[in-house]
Design a protein around this ligand. Structure first.
Ligand SMILES: Nc1nc2c(c(=O)[nH]1)N[C@H]1C(S)=C(S)[C@@H](COP(=O)(O)OP(=O)(O)OC[C@H]3O[C@@H](n4cnc5c(=O)[nH]c(N)nc54)[C@H](O)[C@@H]3O)O[C@H]1N2
Ligand SMILES: Nc1nc2c(c(=O)[nH]1)N[C@H]1C(S)=C(S)[C@@H](COP(=O)(O)OP(=O)(O)OC[C@H]3O[C@@H](n4cnc5c(=O)[nH]c(N)nc54)[C@H](O)[C@@H]3O)O[C@H]1N2
Ligand code: SF4
Ligand SMILES: [Mo]
Length: 920
């Protein structure tokens, strides 16, 4: 590590990779993997590797605003406090709400939860984690009596069988995926099974891929449970001594999934494949089952989780090396949010809102005037209540619900009609900030201090390495200031994130006596220096484990929130396996957190998705992520490198459905449901199941016209968790037949005549893909207005074929390409995007050959054309890989040696393999 490197944690996914931020000689920043962080040991994925490209201040929210006017912090904070007070006095505490996020740091989250539940006295605080892992939380609580993730990442390497259910880890948890693939490479006996309706990049690398019909996971796992029973593969000693409820679970499994053919028929799978999966699971002791949104985001999400956990409990494969059900969390601090009780049905420190002793315990610890008595509204219901006018003030922090909640047009309408909308964000223009009355500028990643917890319960520090710009402040400060102005100053007098962390850790240990899984007693009194130096550590970490910490911790004299003297130091806790640094594995001693200490098998009755496709809406819409974008693109949309892999919103569809719907490749199409519509470009692919289409969740009104897929998504929720069914909405699809299409390079805004458009960050600045319903009657001169008028010293070169409806123009300055436009009546406009984008990025005048080829839109014959981007880490294109294949590269590793492609994050390895197969 160089002298100036700051060790911090990647702000993207729940893998929680350690990164080092270092100053470059030119004053910029370089971000690389931290070799000493246990989650990644130096590895990074394409998003982590491009972090330095997203640090600029373009479109940052730098000052507080009140109704569109810049105001001082004092004015903004006084306004928020006074309005919340006024509304609570007039309508009661249920009339206000906070909607927060798994992208807040634990300290921010803790303070927001404390203010709502302990001081405003309601529990109307929910989080976008409701959309993300609330089914896993509910499943864990049903099975274990606590929301505890049993495994560690190390178990992925100790396992002989890795089952991935509803997880596209190759794109969404790339560093974990790399660890899995490396394990298989080192020990070829390791097998990987992927269960997903789509043949994803993850599925492409699997030893066995089960493309099950969307929503049928409970059938598959009930079938597995029954199979294990029939094959006498159960661990009876574990079942008898450590669990309860198994008889009912076995009966439900037998009745619903009596045979392999029955399961195969229900899941739309080949019976041989099902049998093979069941055999592999039965015969392999060391199994880890990883699952993510294909499981959670379902109206039977909690049941899916328990159907998986049932199989692990029935075989006793939990709490032991290389075994266990493993929920891969999405956001960087999804887990931290659970620890502080950020969900509307939880209390702080893994205590339960419906338990009077817990309410009493938290209230005494906080010394708060009130404590919420009943669960608040869960995300989908919360915004419905805003829409009905029952919630009159909502404060949104670090999330973009107008894009990410289902039935998103209704969410937008609800906010538009709400009396007070406060938004804390880092970005000035989002679909949600557009509806805010008050905007509060938050410090962003790299500017703020605090902690996050990753999927394996490991707490890591996020450290600042940038000076906070403008008047931005940490989220915890913003919330504390409002609390102070509402009259709760004493309880919110924090000076630093460390102050809050100490209090959070102390609460987790308070009157715990080994009864609750979440215990950070070992960190409760740490001083500021120890907090600053804190190394990544896994909870539970009770006071008795202090000496095992990776760093000598100093006690802070009289620190806030130290455990009261009455709270004797806990003895080594039950239910945990101990490693030198905190707790690697939960339930190693077979003790769980239900009264009586047993785990529960839950009888599962498979249910179909909430809304089935019908004649009117015949296709099931699945949604999710692309490799290089993060959620609503506020960060990744700034990087040309990250925008190249999937530049436009797409709709993936099976060839048979495309034909039936009259769709051709690369055409614009509109999907429509009972709730709304969205437009994307058709990609025909047999990676889709017939009857199911897929559209990514990322695009929004800042980047495209009508591409918010959540406007289409049905708001049905899981009855246990309240998590919405984001992966299954009945839709229909129809071609959009624009009168013209155009691509405009070096242009920020779409032409006024466009009905549909997408903004893409390219090498030479922005570009716009546009389409319109009427070819401008005035013809090319109007189209020429789509480019900025040539400034003195600039030259405009044009080509127009009025009869054919073709128009092309380029603006050059000093021989360098500044902007260009390709427009065409009808469709089939295919200028060579990668080549033109490359020319836009050139710092030198165009070569004669390039200049001559320019308005043809195609690279000169002998020019270098790398083709569409495949490897984002090293910027290697499709054609370069195909050429290397022709030159003798046979394997993905050969390509890695020759071109580096695929050798960093590995997310593109499946794509490289497909290219090699196609070339051979
Ligand atoms: N590149 C990238 N990575 C990310 C994120 C990002 O925005 N971009 N976001 C992060 C966050 S917050 C999250 S929550 C995670 C999500 O990570 P993942 O859950 O891996 O990602 P998704 O694409 O949402 O969905 C996973 C898969 O579920 C499948 N699926 C749909 N329906 C079903 C079903 O009924 N059964 C089964 N078995 N599978 C089904 C989908 O086809 C999809 O391939 O990713 C994290 N990592
Ligand atoms: N159809 C469909 N919808 C989905 C999903 C899906 O698979 N399909 N997935 C769901 C899931 S799993 C998730 S996690 C959500 C994610 O959805 P969102 O949470 O809505 O998406 P983000 O773009 O991550 O929004 C984060 C916002 O917080 C801001 N921000 C970043 N850091 C900070 C900070 O430190 N402080 C503050 N105050 N603001 C900050 C960013 O600028 C951004 O505006 O989407 C959900 N919606
Ligand atoms: S896997 Fe990628 S996005 Fe996730 S934490 Fe690691 S570097 Fe960041
Ligand atoms: Mo998520």
């Amino acid at each position: 590590m160089s002298a100036t490197a700051v060790a911090t944690t990647c702000p993207y996914c729940g893998v929680g990779c350690g990164v080092l931020a270092e100053r470059r000689p030119d004053g910029g920043w370089r971000v690389r993997g931290d070799p000493d962080h246990p989650a990644n040991a130096g590895r990074l994925c394409s998003k982590g590797a491009a972090l330095a490209e997203t640090l600029d201040l373009e479109d940052r929210l730098l000052h507080p605003e009140l109704r569109g006017r810049r105001v001082s912090w004092n004015v903004a904070l006084d306004h928020v406090a006074a309005e919340f007070k006024r509304i609570i006095q007039a309508h009661g505490p249920q009339a206000v709400a906070f909607y927060v996020s798994g992208q807040l740091l634990t300290e921010d989250y803790y303070v927001a939860n404390k203010l709502m539940k302990g001081y405003l006295g309601a529990a109307n605080i929910d989080t976008n984690s409701r959309l993300c892992m609330s089914s896993s939380v509910a499943g864990h609580q049903r099975a274990f009596g606590a929301d505890a993730v049993p495994c560690s990442y190390a178990d992925l390497e100790l396992a002989d069988l890795l089952v991935l259910v509803g997880s596209n880890a190759a794109w969404c948890h790339p560093v974990l995926w790399q660890r899995m693939l490396e394990s298989r490479r080192a020990r070829p006996e390791v097998k990987i099974v992927v269960i997903d309706p789509r043949r994803t990049a993850t599925a492409a690398e699997a030893d066995l891929f089960l493309p099950l019909r969307s929503g049928t996971d409970t059938m598959l796992f009930n079938g597995l449970l029954h199979h294990l029973n029939r094959e006498s593969a159960l661990n009876w000693s574990f079942l008898e001594h450590r669990t309860e409820g198994y008889a009912a679970a076995f009966a439900a499994a037998r009745d619903s999934a009596p045979s392999i053919p029955a399961v195969a028929a229900a899941c739309g799978l080949d019976a041989e494949d099902v049998a093979r999966f069941y055999r592999m699971f039965t015969r392999t002791e060391r199994v880890v089952t990883c699952y993510s949104q294909g499981v959670n985001q379902s109206s039977s999400g909690t049941d899916k989780v328990n159907s998986i956990i049932n199989c692990h409990l029935a075989t006793g494969r939990i709490g032991r090396p290389g075994m266990g059900p493993f929920s891969l969390t999405g956001q960087p601090n999804a887990m931290g949010g659970r620890e502080v009780g950020g969900l509307a049905n939880q209390l702080a420190a893994h205590m339960h809102l419906d338990n009077p002793d817990h309410r009493d315990c938290v209230q005494r610890f906080w010394k708060s005037p009130v404590i919420a008595q009943t669960a608040g509204l869960k995300a989908v219901d919360m915004f419905r209540a805003v829409g009905r006018g029952e919630i009159k003030a909502v404060w949104i922090m670090a999330t973009n619900p107008v894009v990410s909640l289902p039935d998103a047009d209704a969410v937008r309408a609800a906010l538009a009609g709400c009396e007070l909308v406060v938004v804390s964000d880092c970005v000035r223009h989002t679909d949600t900030t557009a509806l805010a009355h008050v905007l509060l500028p938050a410090q962003a990643w790299g500017e703020k201090e605090g902690t996050v917890t990753n999927s394996e319960r490991r707490i890591s520090r996020q450290r600042a390495f940038l000076a906070p710009p403008g008047e931005t402040r940490p989220d915890w400060w913003i919330v504390s200031e409002v609390a102070r102005r509402m009259g709760f100053g004493d309880a919110f007098r924090y000076q630093s994130a460390a102050d809050i962390f100490r209090e959070h850790a102390a609460l987790s240990a308070y009157e715990n006596h080994n009864r609750r899984d979440f215990d950070l007693g070992g960190l409760a009194g740490i001083d500021d220096d120890s907090y600053d130096a804190l190394r990544p550590v896994q909870w539970p970490l009770p006071a008795a484990m202090r000496e095992r910490l990776p760093l000598p911790l100093r006690e802070r004299a009289g620190g806030r929130g130290k455990p009261s003297p009455a709270d004797s130091p806990p003895s080594p806790r039950k239910g945990v396996g101990v490693e030198s640094r905190g707790t690697a594995r939960m339930f190693a001693d077979g003790r769980f957190f239900h009264p009586g200490g047993r785990a529960r098998l839950v009888p599962i009755q498979p249910r179909p998705p909430a809304c089935a496709p019908d004649e009117e809406y015949p296709l099931a819409l699945n949604t999710g992520r692309v490799r290089d974008h993060w959620h609503t693109m506020t960060r990744t949309g700034k990087s040309a490198r990250l925008s190249a892999h999937a530049p436009e919103p797409c709709i993936d569809i099976h060839p048979a459905d495309a034909e039936r719907s009259g769709l051709v490749r690369d055409q614009l199409a509109c999907i429509e449901s009972r709730w709304g519509s969205a437009v994307g470009r058709v990609r025909i692919s047999d990676a889709q199941r017939p009857g199911e289409v897929f559209m990514p969740m990322h695009w929004n009104d800042q980047y495209a016209a009508r591409a918010r897929v959540d406007a289409v998504v049905n708001p049905a929720v899981d009855p246990h968790s309240g998590q919405p069914e984001l992966k299954h909405t009945p839709v229909r699809i129809a071609p959009l037949r624009p009168a013209w299409e155009a691509v405009l390079f070096g242009v920020a805004d779409p032409p006024a005549e466009s009905a549909h458009w997408v903004r893409v960050r390219g090498n030479g600045g922005g570009r716009v893909h546009a389409a319109g319903l009427q070819w401008p009657r005035a013809g090319p001169p109007v189209a020429a207005g789509w480019l900025p008028p040539p400034a003195p010293g600039e030259e405009l070169i044009e080509y127009a074929d009025v009869a054919a409806g073709r128009y092309r123009a380029a603006l050059l300055r000093g021989g360098r390409l500044r902007a260009c436009v390709f427009a065409m009546r009808g469709g089939d406009l295919r200028p060579h995007i990668e080549w033109l984008d490359g020319l836009m990025g050139h710092q030198q005048p165009l070569s004669v050959a390039d200049r001559m080829a320019l308005l043809s839109g195609q690279p000169p014959r002998n020019g270098v054309d790398a083709g569409p981007l495949v490897c984002a880490c090293f910027g290697v294109g499709r054609n370069t890989i195909l050429k290397a294949a022709r030159d003798g590269c046979r394997s993905v590793d050969d390509i890695g040696r020759a071109l580096n492609a695929g050798s960093n994050c590995g997310s593109c390895r499946a794509e490289i393999r497909e290219l090699l197969n196609a070339a051979s």
